[in-house]
Write a protein that binds this ligand. Structure first.
Ligand SMILES: NC(=O)c1ccc[n+]([C@@H]2O[C@H](COP(=O)([O-])OP(=O)(O)OC[C@H]3O[C@@H](n4cnc5c(N)ncnc54)[C@H](O)[C@@H]3O)[C@@H](O)[C@H]2O)c1
Length: 431
């Protein structure tokens, strides 16, 4: 099938590459000429495990092309997948300018029937707006479908190739049949497609992300309570996760959630709900708990080393909002760095991939985990990269001026660290 993917970011590039790998002819469009030149030179502008070989082999096979040519992109695909960004606007609602511009691009240049499907996370009612934009620019027939994307950065290729579900929000049989054909190779062992109304599909995506964010905020709040009561959140997590109604995923306490999706989607759904006169009171709490949680590690450091951290240096392991990505959007590390710098500390950070392109005026990025410890007073951890999981504790202790680890990811065994003579400050654990 000929498919155009509009927007070649995390979602667009993974979608384009994986669809090409199934034999489709994909044209990935972006307005960012630099990004497209890099892709055409064989470079992958994002870090995403497993993506590079798929992009390479499909480019070489001629099934995956990158372009800034809007008319060519509109002409290429009977299916136009919109995967542009929907960042938060000033009032928290999703900023729709990129999605609506993508719609206008299609409307201006289309010559035959098109199915326009939104992969971007968009507020309920967006499909109607897209339809309206296109209708004003063409007399040609088209369908608009909601097809929200559920991939997780860091496991995006696997998620796309073996999806838990594929949501198609549409009321038009022709469009549904086209998308069913597109996704058939990704659901060979069981049916993953769930067809529903367009508005339900749009709401499903926000509800999924908000539910996951709520689990994290709930566990973070209980973790803080566990600390106050002398209980251990890891024991509580195992205890409740064994209940199949609760399940084990997404129950980890930590330094707050970040990333390009949860924070903005929790905000946008609240905005939608408030506008509809049905405020989602739970989500306001989810957001408030998360904002507070992003300061917990900084508070612990100041409590131990003093409110005034002038002259102190904190080693920071991890910058990305989670492991296996270079995405820094809304990362909890940013709040911690601000808190530490405001208290007078200097920060030297190491991240296996996110450090390379990250610049912050008060931060020194160093090339290894050990180098971050040199001259540092204490260590803080905010990203659960695998290489941090079993470090050389004796080496850490020898390098730090104060042998203290502030762990925003609960990576270590408190008993082991106590026996090694390292002060350990995790989240919600009995130390
Ligand atoms: N990143 C994720 O993990 C993830 C997962 C599921 C859903 N989503 C949703 O998918 C959407 C895209 O997210 P992302 O992280 O890939 O964004 P991104 O910022 O990485 O990429 C968006 C791309 O769209 C391009 N663009 C903007 N306007 C354009 C236009 N008119 N024509 C062509 N290209 C244009 C930008 O230049 C950019 O390269 C968002 O709505 C997001 O909420 C993201």
């Amino acid at each position: 099938m000929n498919v155009s993917v509009i927007g070649t970011g995390y979602v667009g590039l993974v979608t384009g590459a994986c669809l090409a790998d199934a034999g489709n002819n994909i044209l990935c469009l972006d307005v960012d000429g630099q990004k497209i030149s890099r892709l055409n030179n064989g470079e992958i502008p994002i870090f995403e495990p497993g993506l590079e070989p798929i992009v390479r082999r499909n480019r070489e096979a001629g099934r995956l092309k990158f372009s800034t040519d809007i008319p060519a992109s509109v002409a290429h695909g009977e299916l136009q997948l919109i995967a542009v960004g929907t960042p938060p606007g000033e009032d928290g609602s999703a900023d729709m300018q990129y999605v609506l511009e993508a719609a206008r691009q299609i409307g201006r240049h289309m010559k035959g029937y098109k199915v326009v499907a939104t992969k971007s996370t968009v507020p309920v009612g967006t499909a109607d707006k897209i339809k309206n934009e296109i209708q004003q620019l063409t007399k040609t027939d088209f369908s608009v479908v909601s097809n929200p994307e559920f991939l997780k950065e860091g496991a995006a290729v696997e998620d796309f190739m073996r999806p838990d579900r594929i949501i198609i929000g549409a009321d038009d049989e022709r469009a549904i049949a086209l998308l069913r054909r597109l996704y058939a190779p990704f659901q060979r062992n069981r049916e993953r497609v769930i067809v529903m109304g367009v508005r339900s599909a749009e709401l499903t995506k926000y509800t999924a992300n908000s539910m996951l964010a709520a689990r994290i905020s709930f566990m973070n709040e209980v973790a803080n309570l566990a600390e106050a009561l002398g209980a251990d959140i890891e024991e509580v997590r195992r205890g409740i996760g064994s209940d199949p109604r609760i399940g084990t995923d997404f129950l980890y306490a930590g330094a707050g959630f970040g990333g390009s999706c949860f924070p903005k989607d929790v905000k946008a759904l609240q905005r939608t709900a408030a506008d509809a006169g049905k405020p989602l009171r739970l989500l306001a709490a989810v957001e408030a708990v998360n904002e507070a949680q992003k300061h917990v590690l900084g508070n612990k450091i100041r409590k131990r080393l003093g409110e005034d951290l002038s002259g102190k240096c904190i080693a920071l392991w991890g910058l990305a909002f989670k492991a296996n990505t270079d995405d820094m959007r809304e990362a909890p590390s940013l709040t911690l760095i601000d808190d530490l710098v405001r208290a007078g500390a200097s920060v030297q950070a190491y991240d296996p991939v996110a450090g390379k392109n990250f610049h912050h005026k008060s931060l020194k990025v160093v090339p290894s985990a050990l180098a971050a410890l040199d001259g540092a007073d204490a260590l803080a951890i905010v990203t659960e990269w695998r290489e941090f999981r079993s470090p050389d504790f004796a080496g850490i202790k020898a390098r730090l001026k104060t042998p203290a680890i502030f762990d925003g990811r609960n990576l270590y065994d408190p008993t082991q660290l106590r026996e090694l003579g390292i002060e350990y400050y995790p989240i919600g654990r009995k130390t």
